[in-house]
Each structure stands twice: as C-alpha cells, then as structure tokens.
Design a protein around this ligand. Structure first.
Ligand code: NAD
Ligand code: TDX
Length: 349
C-alpha cells in the first residue's frame, strides 16, 4: 500500500487532501502542530480508518520529523503545513518566518537525509511535493495571468515567507537532487474553511445579521478554486508531475471581492431568508484597506491541463452554493471557531 506523509493535514486544504487520499486507498500519516487553524474535527469522517494516523508535531522539530519519516517510511511527502492568513502575517510576521521558512528548511533537511538513506529502488520512487500559493507572484494589473515562469514579487510577510520556502525547495532539487515537485494555487474556498477568511466570514456574518467587512472598495480580484478541485490537482501533481517542475493551479474564476460578497448575500437571502435581517447586501461595511493589498491574482493553469489533464469540476456558481449549504448544515464544526474568532476581534478573548 502506498504511504504518504502529509504536513498540515488538520488545516483547510490539508484535511481535504487527507480525506481524498484515504478514500483513494493511501496509507496516510498526518503531521500537524494543531495551531489555531488546525482542527481534527475536519477529519471525523476518516479518523477511524485503519489507513489513517495522526502525529501532533511541529515541522520545525527536527527529531520529530526524523522519527516520523524513519518509522512511517513514506514514498511521498506532501507539505502543506504553513501559517496561511495574510492579515495575521501583517500583525505578527514571526510565526510565518518560523513555520514557512525555517520549518520548510528543517523538513527539507530531514527529507534529504531520509531519501539518501533509502535503497536505490525506493530512492527512485520517492517524491517531495511542496504546496504553495499564487501570492508569491505579487500583484497583477487589469491584464495578464500568472504563469509558472512569472517572476516572483511577493509583497506581504505571508507571501514573502512562502516565496522563500519555494526558493528553498528549488535549491534542494538543484543542489542536492532531492526529487521535488511544486505547485502554486489561487484562492481556495469550500467546506472546513476557517472563519477568518473572506468567504466563510461573509457566510457566517450574513447568517447572524452582522456587518460584512469589505476592505477598501472591494475592487480587488481573486481567482477562486473549490478546495476539492485543488485536492484532486495535488494528488495528480504529487504522483505524476515532472520532477523539478512547478504547476500553477486555478479555476478561471476571477471575481472582485464585492461581487463575491454580493453573490453570497443573494444565496443566503434565497436559502435562509430572515425577516429580522432583511436583504443582506445592506450589511456590507467598507472598512480600512489591508496594507499592501494585492490588486489582482489570476492563474494560467494550462500547463497542468496540457501535461497532466487536470480540469476543475466546479464552477464558482456551483461551488459557492455548495459551500453556503455546507456551512448551514455544519454549525457544530464552525460554531466554536467563530465564537472564538469574534471574541478575539472584539478584544475580549
Ligand atoms: P490552514 O491555515 O487552514 O492550515 C494550516 C495547517 O498547518 C493547520 O492545520 C496548522 O495546524 C498546521 N501548521 C501550522 N504550523 C505548523 C507547524 N509549524 N508544524 C506543523 N503543522 C503546522 O492553511 P490552508 O489554507 O489549508 O493552506 C495549506 C497550504 O496551502 C499552505 O501551505 C498555504 O500556503 C497553501 N495555499 C493555500 C491557499 C488558500 O487559499 N487557502 C491557496 C494556495 C496555497
Ligand atoms: O474581512 C475581509 N474582508 C475583505 O475584503 C477579509 C478577511 C478579506 N477581504 C479581502 C482581502 C482579499 O482581497 O478578500 C480577499 C480574500 O481575503 P482572504 O480570505 O484573507 O484571502 P487572501 O488574502 O486572498 O489569501 C488566501 O488565498 C491565497 C489564503 O489565506 C492564502 O493562504 C492563500 O495563499
């Protein structure tokens, strides 16, 4: 049976990847520190599977990573663990440098040591897949798309830390021959998304009749991809992507933030009308802009389509409807997280 070590598997995308890999017959070891963003409840549907194991550990802990690799003996490492929220990186960049840069360095060192000690056959089959973001490419004007050869131009502490990690991974391929493959994806959305991010925050505040914060004038554009489409792309890239290559992942779903928020309001008004709240668009509150707010992200995913045959299965319209309905049906998952998030925002936590 194929064995994969996933870092960050208790997070939003990592949990979608773990659920998918277990369903696809992989033996999975999920290594996660369980920061505020890690949540084992996102793995309830597979955590009784004999093919799934969990290890609470920090990717920055060399001896823990060494032991995990040596005892589990994976043929694939999928590295998703990261600090992921741009606003938090502005308020406190230290954790981003520690996990995204130093943690990735540490994991690369341990993966290299593990890979070098494998026999020739196992060495050939081993891969390290580094999962990254389109934010490393910076900010687009009205035209153009991010391609794999677009120059790096990160602008937030988060994207700079992810760019640094991408450079490290490439260096370990060219310098030491570690068999790596990389991917850079656009904004994900879908079930199990932590309620600090735009889409779940908007859904839950709209449900509760609270203000819907839109930064600046809401003109910034993001390219949205349903999380399960990303998970499918990641399994494909991890197993069949060319070594040393990177693949851009995106769904051709560019939307201005204000249009995303209005779309969610319209779905909520239709699916859960509430006379006390009325039309939810009235809840939109334009607030101070994010410092250094990137204007537009948009992905050219043609390399992934042409080489590996990946295409997304959800449109933004189908995916956002599914996502709203998931949050309405899964209050037990988000209620404790949202309550903690609201208290922290109000400074009462
Ligand atoms: P997330 O914040 O939801 O989850 C991150 C997970 O990593 C959490 O479970 C957390 O506990 C764990 N973690 C954090 N620090 C750790 C450490 N030091 N050691 C071990 N585990 C640690 O993030 P996400 O949105 O699921 O993103 C996953 C990956 O995908 C990240 O690398 C991110 O940069 C990348 N990415 C995210 C998006 C997106 O839209 N969310 C888009 C493109 C790429
Ligand atoms: O309250 C809000 N109001 C608002 O207008 C929040 C939280 C966000 N925004 C804006 C900022 C962005 O333009 O919405 C857009 C999306 O914001 P986030 O959900 O914070 O995502 P973003 O900053 O684009 O980054 C996400 O996608 C790329 C992930 O958090 C990253 O980990 C990933 O790399």
């Amino acid at each position: 049976m194929r064995r994969v070590l996933v870092t960050g598997g208790a997070g939003f995308i990592g949990s979608a990847v773990v659920r998918r890999l277990v369903r696809d017959g992989w033996q999975v070891l999920n290594v996660d520190k369980l920061t505020y963003a890690g949540n084992l409840a996102s793995l309830n549907e597979i955590d009784n599977s004999p093919n799934y194991r969990f290890l609470k550990a920090d990717i920055g802990d060399a001896s823990a990573m060494r032991e995990a690799l040596d005892t589990f003996r994976p043929e694939l490492v999928m590295h998703l663990a990261a600090e992921s929220h741009v606003d938090r990186s502005i308020d406190g960049p230290g954790d981003f440098i520690q996990t995204n840069v130093v943690g990735t360095f540490n994991l690369l060192q341990e993966a290299l040591r593990y890979w070098r000690a494998l026999d020739a056959g196992a060495q050939k089959g081993f891969r390290f897949h580094h999962i990254s973001t389109d934010e490393v490419f910076g900010s687009l004007g009205a035209d153009g798309l991010f391609r794999e050869d677009t120059s790096y131009d990160p602008r937030s502490p988060y994207s700079a830390s992810k760019a640094a990690s991408d450079h490290l991974v490439r260096a370990w391929f060219h310098t030491y021959g570690l068999p790596v493959v990389m991917s850079n994806c656009s904004n994900n959305y879908g079930p199990y998304h932590f309620p600090e991010k735009l889409i779940p925050l908007t859904i839950l505040n709209a449900l509760e009749g609270k203000p819907l914060p839109v930064y600046g004038r809401g003109e910034n554009v993001r390219d949205w991809l349903y999380v399960d489409d990303h998970a499918a792309a990641l399994e494909l890239i991890a197993t069949t992507g060319r070594l040393g290559e990177s693949y851009n992942v995106g769904g051709n779903n560019e939307r201005r933030n204000i249009d995303v928020v209005k779309t969610i309001c319209a779905i909520m008004d239709r699916v859960v009308p509430d006379a006390r709240i009325g039309a939810r668009e009235a809840l939109i509150a334009f607030v101070a802009d994010r410092p250094g707010h990137d204007a537009r992200y948009a992905i050219d995913a043609s390399k992934l389509k042409d080489e590996l045959g990946w295409v997304p299965s959800e449109t933004f319209e189908s995916g956002i409807e599914k996502t709203v309905r998931w949050y309405l049906d899964n209050a037990a998952w988000w209620e404790p997280l949202k309550a903690r998030y609201d208290r922290a925002r109000l400074g009462t936590a």
